[in-house]
Ligand binder design. Sequence first.
Ligand SMILES: NC(=O)c1ccc[n+]([C@@H]2O[C@H](COP(=O)([O-])OP(=O)(O)OC[C@H]3O[C@@H](n4cnc5c(N)ncnc54)[C@H](O)[C@@H]3O)[C@@H](O)[C@H]2O)c1
Length: 353
Amino acid sequence: MNILVTGGAGFIGSHVVRLFVNRYPDYNIVNMDKLTYAGNLANLADVEERPNYTFVRADICDYERVLEILKEHKIEGIIHLAAESHVDRSIRDPFSFAQTNVMGTLSLLQAARNYWESLPEGYEGKRFYHISTDEVYGALDFDGTFFTEETKYAPHSPYSASKASSDHFVRAYHDTYGMPTIVTNCSNNYGPYQFPEKLIPLFINNIRRGKQLPVYGKGENVRDWLYVEDHARAIDIIFHRGKTADTYNIGGFNEWRNIDLIKVIIATVDRLLGNPEGASLSLIKYVTDRPGHDLRYAIDSSKLKEELGWEPSLQFEEGIERTVRWYLDNEAWMEQVTSGEYMRYYDEMYNNR
Ligand SMILES: NC(=O)c1ccc[n+]([C@@H]2O[C@H](COP(=O)([O-])OP(=O)(O)OC[C@H]3O[C@@H](n4cnc5c(N)ncnc54)[C@H](O)[C@@H]3O)[C@@H](O)[C@H]2O)c1
């Protein structure tokens, strides 16, 4: 099978690419990524020489180029992760979120439609798998309820609004043109190779450097956390066995108040660095809350468990320990990312394309 992964140089995408390249030597995996600030080919250094892996630098919004790539590589399956993904950035610059997440997804859908409909077998054996977020469902109270696949969309941030819109377009392409689509909505991911603007890698890095840990509001917002390799494994299962036109929620049944999560991170980093217990607690600094900050997200992923047998494999304590160790052991990666060095390198390599 020839599979296009978009956004494969990003955090989750790199884990998906690695899993597919290693697990399916007979597949050709084409990673198409624009290499924005969030894309880093160092995330895939261990698979870049594999014969079943190809990297193409391209923008999903560039319809003609996407169509060319689909034809050239005879793409049969698309796993679409490319997106602008950081809520704070979406509050500062909503246009670029609409451009990439909405128009980019639409351009990819339209290119896939035109290519697949031009083939004698049409949509047979094809799949368009769109990766989305639980944030499209809005926010929950502290009442023990969960987001299910039936929960009404109620996005609050420009990021979640753009993802919600792209989800609707994907479903519309099934309903209107018969494209075999699938959508999944996942909770917060954590693990290696996450860009250090996101809470967990940012805080690990700040603790190591003795820098402040900015906590929104009182740190009472609750998120469900899933180890990124478990998400990649779910994507593999759903890509192969998920029902066409269906939606699956993916989550860890692992809710944490931000402030409690931060204390676990502090305790783990301090222990692994040999600091006295609680040494870095004084780095916590409460800052003005994010506008429209959703109180609680919690995902019910029992449909995925019942229908396809997927469950998170890691307990949170083990996942956090692995994650903290990875960031502490990979200081060179962190240094390269925080200095922006990798971006200058790409600009030279690709001649600012
Ligand atoms: N991180 C999470 O916790 C989480 C949770 C649920 C869903 N998601 C979704 O999963 C996907 C991946 O998230 P992530 O955290 O890995 O994001 P990320 O920001 O780490 O990576 C995004 C990747 O997309 C690429 N990209 C951005 N714009 C592009 C464009 N126009 N054309 C081609 N490539 C482009 C970037 O270069 C980068 O490699 C996103 O769609 C996101 O909405 C993320």
